[in-house]
Design a protein around this ligand. Sequence first.
Ligand code: IDP
Ligand code: MG
Length: 139
Amino acid sequence: MSGNRTFTMIKPDAVESGNIGNILQMISDAGFSIKAMKYTKLSEERAKAFYAVHAERPFYGELVEYMSSGPIVAAILEKNNAVEDFRALIGATDPAEAAEGTIRKKYAESKGRNAVHGSDSDENAQIEGEFHFAEDEVI
Ligand code: IDP
Ligand code: MG
């Protein structure tokens, strides 16, 4: 059965372009509620750890540099079928391939600088949420 929580980050490009509010509005309009949220910045070490699963990919260095280049918003979101529905809301990794009306279609700059993160499984949603939030920060 699918779970009811996912984890997201509004990435440095979307923070820098002033789209935190627009993206949170889209998330809220799509029926997600916020269980935890913080404005923060990943160190290079923390970005490396978060994306360790991609360590062998050719874009890993670029990804780590980008994700530690400026502030982000990290959040745990709740909705039924959260992981799948949130991936549908954000759209394909590459904004050129993302469907109309998705967050990445609207706000992403490129496949690398693509505005938002969304967990790809219930298991990773749990792991990624715990990476950013202590138990008592989840309300
Ligand atoms: P996802 O975020 O849609 O799940 P993943 O394949 O898990 O996509 O990749 C993680 C992140 O790595 C992407 O969101 C994007 O920021 C970056 N990335 C993925 N593919 C490329 C690429 O080909 N070039 C540069 N960066 C990439
Ligand atoms: Mg992914």
